[in-house]
Design a protein around this ligand. Structure first.
Ligand SMILES: NC(=O)c1ccc[n+]([C@@H]2O[C@H](COP(=O)([O-])OP(=O)(O)OC[C@H]3O[C@@H](n4cnc5c(N)ncnc54)[C@H](OP(=O)(O)O)[C@@H]3O)[C@@H](O)[C@H]2O)c1
Length: 336
């Protein structure tokens, strides 16, 4: 699912071009058109159709490698590529919490990229690994970042309604998900809780000090094709009104917008004012799937405020996130 998004997003990219593809031994030796069950609405890019799919080994791969490997194999394979000198932009969870690996959202913590210096020095690698967060974490953290910066965060409670495309292809069996809600996604709640605190953590003496707030996540799979919707409640450290929160979201701009990176959304956070938005059906492709869309902000009688957030799980939550990471790295001289 994520690999296809990469191929699609890279089709007309001004800086990067797909030169090499790799997957499991099931696909190696076939052309991409033969190996791939294309699920993206836009047609498969012509240039990719005839590209051969290779075994997943370093050597002939280009400098920059986007990885959306199954997490069962990503851990070792990504290290092997970094050791061999490749720059790995990974979607997998394996290295996200390593102390010397940046877990990056360019709008939120671009300064964490500096961790790659320690990573290369201490591991003796010519290459490096940089990761993007879990697809559920990213919408949550994009909506929290301006609140943390302006008011400080104390407590966060998040309940997700996650799309089936988040489970990869072929994913959740039809009979399990049609007309149903599954209140368990293995490991997901723990990932959201720890990744959020790393992403919103501060760099102190070259290390990330985890954010000083608590997060509790409930994760559910629902019969939606694309787009993770989240019901979020927060307690802040300073006084604020509903209007203050809306202003913090609307005014939020960061490094990718300053640098005008090719995949950067002009408005990273879009605030919907209708009482029943955001909805995956209408809002999922806002800013080409790269924005977090928020709405329904109101007082919360248990914590302080509650709202709804939505983000595209395979674009902003995966391939688009890694692509924006690569664009930031190029603009900041990390790919020279
Ligand atoms: N889907 C999302 O919304 C999302 C969002 C964020 C992060 N992620 C993460 O991104 C990764 C990919 O997710 P996905 O949804 O794209 O899963 P997927 O559709 O199941 O794709 C997994 C890919 O890994 C390849 N693979 C499996 N075993 C391999 C091996 N031994 N050697 C080389 N390649 C191997 C598969 O190759 P074949 O094609 O040959 O089978 C396939 O291309 C996962 O770690 C996932 O947790 C997914």
């Amino acid at each position: 699912m994520v690999g296809q998004r990469f191929v699609s997003l890279l089709e007309h990219h001004p800086w990067f071009e797909v030169a090499w593809l790799a997957a499991s031994e099931r696909s190696a030796g076939k052309t991409y058109a033969e190996a791939c069950n294309w699920r993206v609405r836009d047609p498969m890019p012509k240039a990719a159709r005839e590209l051969p799919v290779h075994e997943c080994r370093p050597g002939k791969a280009p400098q920059l490698v986007f990885s959306s490997l199954d997490s069962k194999v990503a851990g070792e394979t990504e290290k092997e590529f970094a050791r061999a000198g490749h720059v790995i932009l990974s979607n997998s969870s394996n290295h996200r919490m390593d102390a010397d690996v940046p877990l990056l959202i360019p709008e939120v913590n671009p300064d964490h990229l500096i961790l790659v210096r320690t990573q290369r020095k201490e591991r003796g690698w010519k290459g490096m690994i940089v990761t993007n967060p879990n697809c559920t974490t990213i919408g949550l953290v994009m909506s929290l970042a301006p609140l943390e910066k302006t008011f400080g965060l104390e407590k966060v409670l998040m309940t997700s309604m996650q799309a089936v495309s988040g489970a990869g292809y072929p994913g959740v069996p039809t009979l399990d998900i049609l007309g149903n809600v599954i209140p368990h996604i293995g490991g997901e709640e723990e990932k959201v809780e720890r990744e959020t605190r790393k992403l919103l953590g501060k760099l102190v003496d070259g290390q990330v000090k985890m954010g000083d707030f608590v997060v509790s996540a409930h994760c559910n799979r629902v019969p939606v094709e694309d787009g993770h919707t989240e019901s979020i409640s927060v307690s802040l450290r300073t006084r604020a009104s509903v209007e203050d929160l809306i202003a913090a979201w609307r005014d939020f701009r960061a490094r990718p917008q300053e640098l005008q990176l090719p995949s950067a959304p002009k408005h990273p956070i879009i605030v919907r004012e209708e009482r029943d938005r955001p909805q995956p059906k209408f809002d999922i492709l806002s800013e080409n799937g790269m924005a977090a869309v928020v709405g329904r902000v109101r007082p919360c009688p248990v914590l302080q405020f509650k709202y709804t957030a939505l983000s595209h799980n395979t674009i902003r939550g995966a391939a688009g996130a890694a692509l924006l990471n690569a664009e930031l790295m190029k603009a900041e001289g990390y790919l020279d």
